[in-house]
Design a protein. Structure first.
Length: 297
């Protein structure tokens, strides 16, 4: 007999209703039979109602009641009560009834539904020596409680590991995104760069932003042309940018133009192309660098 059996009876007498986890609700619907010295815990046979509810949770007040009665912390009693009712369900599921002394018997029928039978005044635990669901002792409850605590600890550790993995993946993704953003920024932006003005005095057969100095060129000629994609006032920027582009496999070079008050450095790709293909190459380079491109012979 479990030490918690008597608490179920006493709590029902005092509070009239008890919710049992994943089983249902036991309710005292009538007056409590008179107790005397020969029968201090009279059977509640005529006043008990049981409602099956597998979603029920154990009454929090019952846990408080037991904790106060035994003088233990509520958290410890909660684990014990959880183990107590879990083991009762295990007994029920293998065909052994859960006997609550002087209250009733909870069993399971062939359809898998819990059934409740009120305790008869003449019913005693010794009448069911082989099937008594309350025949387990506090040692078994302690073992079950330990198993539950172990399971809870495993769940906590697994959750912590899952959260850590998520943070690591987010950190890696952030670093990857940050590095890619830097690369894009280096390719597409330069606050120190300037764009050379369009030379409208160039050969009238060429596009306004194309500078070809040889007026005898025909559309069938092939030329080595500079596709200028950036102009900057910083020599260090020009050197660093060309070095990085060469690492990417882009044959970038730079030259310089000296003005009265400044020096401009032009970054360009030298490509030998047919005159008829210059527009195609220019558009491709513009899309690649996301900048305006000028062509010079």
């Amino acid at each position: 007999m479990s030490k918690y059996d008597s608490f179920v009876y006493d709590y029902l007498v005092a509070n009239k209703i008890l919710s049992i986890e994943k089983m249902g609700i036991v309710e005292l619907t009538g007056p409590v039979p008179m107790a005397d010295k020969d029968n201090p815990t009279p059977t509640l046979s005529s006043s008990i109602k049981f409602s099956v509810d597998k979603k029920a949770a154990t009454s929090d007040e019952f846990i408080d009641y037991v904790a106060q009665a035994v003088g233990k912390k509520k958290t410890l009693i909660y684990s014990d009560i959880e183990s107590y009712f879990e083991q009762a369900r295990q007994f029920i599921n293998i065909g052994k009834p859960f006997i609550i002394p002087n209250v009733g018997i909870i069993s399971i029928n062939k359809q898998g539904v819990y059934e409740f039978k009120v305790a008869e005044p003449s019913m005693h635990l010794e009448d069911h020596p082989s099937n008594a669901g309350t025949s387990y002792d506090s040692g078994e409850i302690a073992k079950t409680s330990a198993r539950l605590q172990q399971k809870n600890m495993i769940r906590v550790i697994a959750s912590a590991i899952g959260i850590l993995i998520v943070f690591v993946l987010l950190y890696i993704a952030y670093g990857y995104f940050k590095n890619n953003t830097k690369e894009v920024a280096n390719v597409n932006t330069d606050t120190a760069s300037t764009i050379i003005p369009i030379d409208t005095t160039a050969n009238t057969t060429a596009k306004p932003d194309t500078i070809i100095t040889n007026n005898t060129i025909t559309s069938l000629d092939t030329l080595e042309l500079k596709y200028i994609f950036e102009v900057t006032g910083s020599r260090n920027r020009a050197i660093a940018r060309c070095s990085k582009l060469k690492m990417f496999g882009d044959p970038a070079h730079y030259d310089s133009i000296v003005y009265a008050d400044s020096t401009q450095y032009r970054l360009f790709l030298t490509i030998t192309t047919a005159v008829t293909d210059t527009a195609k190459y220019k558009d491709s380079i513009q899309r690649y660098f996301q900048r305006k491109v000028f062509i010079e012979q």
